[in-house]
Write a protein that binds this ligand. Structure first.
Ligand code: ATP
Ligand code: MG
Length: 300
């Protein structure tokens, strides 16, 4: 893991410095060529990332407006079919036509509304998914204000904002003394909001929920963990939870879009930090995020 304050330029100076002491002069051109190649590769990755970021934004943003039309016109279609049903009911057909009228009424009163409801619920699901993608894209593009973060105050404020959910879940939330770090207050708060929110949401129903937040300094990073005694995650799914839209129990009783942890990972990436997870199904999970201990420049 590269130190947060070590820029490409500093690294280059360091390698050249090393070279002066221990590497033969004849190796310099080769070393410099390798450094140049690395820098070019880094630029290419950054360009491609920015391009993907733009696609993500355009796709998630622009695909939402046709959905509004589909939703609106589907609802209107439902109303029209109700009106036609009323007109048909007002008719007094002779015996031969009565059966055909009843068949048409059954289409208008049952089959069409069922289809319309299906379209509307799928469109609103798609709208939610696109909204999630848009949120991920916005998080990635957001300019950060990097400053020293009093993590005790930050986590206290996140826990405070969840008072209602904590009370409803009758959960016990404890927070250890946390080391400070550097980062964007809003984004880091959002990451902890998602982690603590998940710990409450995926609690085990057969025991009282206990959530513990702790952290310690590890080299140039501070690693913070949220531990719960909830339902846990099986080994085969542990790495997948950071993927967008992945949910262990997709159609299960607990609602969600599978977006929260992707946002946490995005926030860690923006801070050049990392996320990790240790979990045991039926026992509980420890979600961790490492953030820079010292100040750093965004995108440097
Ligand atoms: N603390 C936890 N304990 C057990 N499973 C968890 C925990 N946190 C996350 N998960 C699993 O990881 C999946 C992804 O979590 P994530 O927060 O990304 O999405 P979500 O909670 O389903 O929806 P949302 O977008 O509303 O956050 C969840 O659906 C759940 O299966
Ligand atoms: Mg979540």
């Amino acid at each position: 893991m590269k130190g947060p304050s070590e820029s490409q330029e500093e690294l280059r100076e360091k390698i050249i410095g090393l070279g002066e002491k221990s590497i033969r002069k004849s190796h310099y051109p080769e070393l410099l060529r390798r450094i140049r190649e690395l820098e070019e590769a880094k630029e290419l990755v950054e360009r491609k990332n920015a391009e993907l970021e733009r696609y993500l934004y355009v796709a998630s943003h622009d695909l939402r407006s046709p959905l509004v039309n589909i939703q609106g016109f589907s609802a209107r279609f439902g109303r029209f079919s109700e009106e036609i049903a009323r007109e048909l009911e007002a008719m007094r057909p002779d015996e031969a036509d009565a059966a055909r009228r009843d068949a048409a009424l059954s289409l208008l009163r049952e089959k069409i509304p069922r289809s319309v409801a299906f379209i509307v619920s799928n469109v609103s699901k798609m709208d939610r998914l696109l909204g999630g993608l848009l949120e991920i894209s916005r998080t990635g593009r957001l300019a950060m204000t990097i400053r020293p973060l009093d993590m005790n105050a930050l986590v206290a404020s996140v826990v405070g904002s969840k008072s209602w959910e904590i009370e409803q879940a009758q959960a016990k939330v404890s927070v250890a003394e946390l080391p400070p770090c550097h980062g964007d207050w809003e984004l880091v708060s959002r990451a902890f909001g998602n982690l603590i929110g998940n710990a409450l949401k995926y609690r085990a129903m057969d025991r009282a929920a206990e959530i513990f937040v702790y952290g310690r300094k590890e080299g140039p990073y501070c690693r913070y963990s949220v531990r719960d005694n909830g339902i846990g995650i099986s080994g085969r799914n542990v790495d997948r939870v950071w993927e967008v839209f992945f949910r262990v129990d997709g159609d299960g009783p607990i609602s969600g879009d599978g977006v929260g942890l992707s946002i946490v990972k995005r926030i860690a990436d923006k801070h050049r930090g990392e996320v990790s997870l240790e979990s045991h199904e039926g026992v509980g999970s420890v979600f961790s995020i490492s953030l820079p201990a010292d100040s750093f420049e965004e995108g440097a």
